[in-house]
Design a protein around this ligand. Structure first.
Ligand SMILES: CCCCCCCCCCCC(=O)SCCNC(=O)CCNC(=O)[C@H](O)C(C)(C)COP(=O)(O)OP(=O)(O)OC[C@H]1O[C@@H](n2cnc3c(N)ncnc32)[C@H](O)[C@@H]1OP(=O)(O)O
Length: 171
C-alpha cells in the first residue's frame, strides 16, 4: 500500500542509527506516514555484519529500537524516552548493501511509559525481524546534554527524499 509522507523527522549527528556524520553508523532517515506509522529507510554495510553476508542482530535491533521509540513523536513531538525493554524476533537473515525499510507504531501510551512494535522489511517485502519495545518518558535534560555544535537535532532535507513509501502487506 502506497502511503503519503507527511513529515521527515530530525536527525542527530553522532547517533549510531541516525547520525548524519557517523560514517560507521546507518544514517537512517525517518518519515511520518499518513496512516500514523513511522517508516525508516537505511542501508547496512559489510562492517555491520555478524556472520559474513548477514547484518548483526544487534544492528537490526538498534534500527527497530529507534524507529519504535521515535513513533511517539508523530503525536507528541516533544516527548523523549529511553528504552527500558525490547524483544526482538529474527525470522530471516538481513543482508547488507540493500535498502531496508523499518516501520514502527505505538501500541500503548501512558503518562510515564509507552510501548510500540515494529518490523524490518527486506526489498522483496518479506519481514525479516519483528520487535516490541517499551520506553520511559524523560525530560531531554535528564537524558543527555546537547552542546548545540557536535550534538544537534536538526532536519536534514535531501533532494531524494521520497513523497510516499510503499508498505508491503505483512508476509
Ligand atoms: C540525539 C537524539 C537521538 C534521539 C533519537 C530517539 C531515539 C529513541 C530510541 C533509542 C533509545 C535508546 O536507545 S535509549 C538508551 C538505552 N536505554 C537506557 O539507557 C535506559 C537506561 N535505564 C535508565 O536510565 C533507568 O533504568 C530509567 C531512567 C529508565 C529508570 O530508572 P529509575 O528512575 O531509577 O526508575 P526505576 O525506579 O527503576 O523505575 C521507575 C518506575 O518505572 C518502572 N519500570 C522501570 N522499567 C520498567 C520496564 N521495563 N517495564 C515496566 N516498568 C518499568 C518501575 O517499576 C518503576 O515503577 P514505580 O515503582 O514508580 O511504579
Amino acid at each position: 500500500m502506497k502511503l503519503k509522507i507527511l513529515k521527515k523527522q530530525n536527525n542527530a549527528r553522532r547517533c549510531f542509527v541516525c547520525g548524519v556524520d557517523n560514517n560507521e553508523g546507518l544514517k537512517t532517515e525517518f518519515y511520518e506516514l499518513e496512516d500514523g506509522t513511522l517508516a525508516a529507510t537505511a542501508v547496512a554495510h559489510p562492517f555491520h555484519q555478524s556472520y559474513p553476508g548477514r547484518v548483526h542482530g544487534g544492528v537490526s535491533t538498534a534500527l527497530l529500537d529507534e524507529t519504535i521509540g521515535r513513533a511517539i513523536n508523530i503525536t507528541e513531538p516533544e516527548t523523549w524516552g529511553v528504552t527500558v525493554e525490547i524483544t526482538t524476533r529474527f525470522k530471516k537473515p538481513v543482508p547488507y548493501d540493500v535498502p531496508l525499510l523499518v516501520i514502527g507504531r505505538i501500541t500503548e501510551n501512558r503518562s510515564r511509559l509507552f510501548s510500540g512494535e515494529g518490523r524490518l522489511i527486506l526489498p522483496d517485502g518479506t519481514t525479516a525481524v519483528t520487535a516490541s519495545a517499551r520506553y520511559m518518558k524523560l525530560k531531554l535534560t535528564d537524558i543527555a546534554e546537547f552542546d548545540g555544535t557536535v550534538d544537534t537535532w536538526e532536519l536534514f532535507p535531501r533532494e531524494g527524499d521520497p513523497a510516499a513509501l510503499d508498505l508491503p502487506d505483512e508476509k
